[in-house]
Unconditional design. Structure first.
Length: 347
């Protein structure tokens, strides 16, 4: 069979570039010992020939597929979606491909099926995005021969072999938001909480309570959507608007702002509002929204780093990232914000 009748091989690249087979391998694996001009010659040869590495053959040699399996619940909400994007970007940087299994009905059988599917594919590791209590409960059914990282704010991680956990400190973020409102002179900060089967909602409620203390007003539990915030805002207009509100996410805050604007309630002069997440566009709400930022890119890198450490045989402890308060106009009545500080942003 001549070379035109088969896909180009590594030996073809080596011959065209005038280097050894080993040098081509070093270039493909980004080895630092290759001189820049040699790397350029090999790269040009690869492009000219249209060479593609045989992943199956490489996996036989390295015993690694270069693939990360990700299990995530079927939701378009900002937190889980942004977590998936951050994880995918971090995996790509270290050379992993990501295979995603979306679970609509979260139970032990669905989780087992998803993980078994990934194991049949020969993945190097599994990441599970676990925002709700039902996901965490389903994880208890997992028995995986490869490392598994749980991405969740859950404080109690199931005692499963090869399971590691990373997350963002939601309580810390909620404490920052609540303390900021108290520092503005508001005596009572009402918390509009998300569904309490979500770990993030539980932790944000707990952080708010920790700062407010025993005299905290009763929290209000709703859903996660802007429509929930809007309906609640209209109810507050009818029954009495509090002086300050800490909303469990930016979508709830957006709905509240809409209801208040529509009803002639001024934010922040009549009521201050703080959200959570720093969604794209939060700086352009009316008024710009004070909120708590989560670094999903850093969270993805932390999850990938946890798996890499597990591959190296290291004992990986639970790791949490801090949240960051971003102060904008919606929570600071009668004041024009100045230059940006480490925790302050005026866009």
């Amino acid at each position: 069979m001549n070379s035109a009748a088969r896909p180009p091989a590594m030996s073809d690249v080596a011959a065209l570039a005038g280097v050894s087979h080993q040098t081509v391998s070093r270039v493909l694996n980004d080895h630092p010992s290759v001189r820049p001009e040699t790397r350029d010659r090999v790269t040009q040869a690869i492009l000219r020939l249209g060479y593609r590495r045989n992943s199956a053959a490489r996996a036989l040699v390295t015993r690694r597929s270069g693939t990360l399996g990700v299990v995530t619940p079927a939701t378009a909400l900002y937190g889980p979606t942004s977590t998936l994007v951050g994880l995918e970007e971090a995996a790509r940087v270290v050379g992993w491909y990501v295979s995603v299994a979306t679970i609509r009905q979260v139970d032990a059988d669905s989780m087992h099926t998803a993980v078994e599917h990934f194991l049949d594919q020969g993945v190097d590791g599994v990441a599970i995005i676990a925002p709700t209590t039902e996901v965490a409960q389903a994880i208890a059914a997992i028995a995986s021969p490869v490392p598994v990282v749980l991405i969740s704010s859950a404080s109690d991680v199931p005692p499963v072999a090869h399971l590691h956990a990373v997350g963002v400190d939601q309580r810390h973020g909620a404490r920052l938001a609540t303390q900021h409102l108290l520092d503005q002179g508001f005596a009572d900060v009402v918390h509009v909480a998300g569904p309490q089967d979500w770990f993030d909602a539980q932790d944000r409620l707990a952080g708010w309570r920790e700062v407010c203390g025993p005299g905290a007003p009763e929290h209000i539990e709703v859903g996660w959507d802007a429509a929930d915030g809007y309906e609640l805002g209209l109810r507050m207009v009818r029954e009495g608007v509090p002086s300050a509100i800490f909303a469990a996410n930016d979508q709830l805050a957006l709905g509240l702002l809409h209801a208040f604007w529509e009803s002639g309630v001024r934010v922040p002069d009549d009521v201050a509002v703080v959200g959570f997440d720093d969604e794209a566009g939060a700086a352009h709400y009316t008024p710009p929204l004070t909120t708590v930022r989560q670094d999903f890119g850093a969270l993805g890198r932390l999850a990938v780093g946890s798996l890499q450490a597990a591959f190296a045989g290291e004992d990986v402890a639970r790791q949490q990232l801090p949240a960051e308060l971003v102060i904008r106009t919606s929570s600071v009545p009668g004041r024009t914000l100045g230059a940006r500080a480490t925790h302050l942003e005026d866009r």
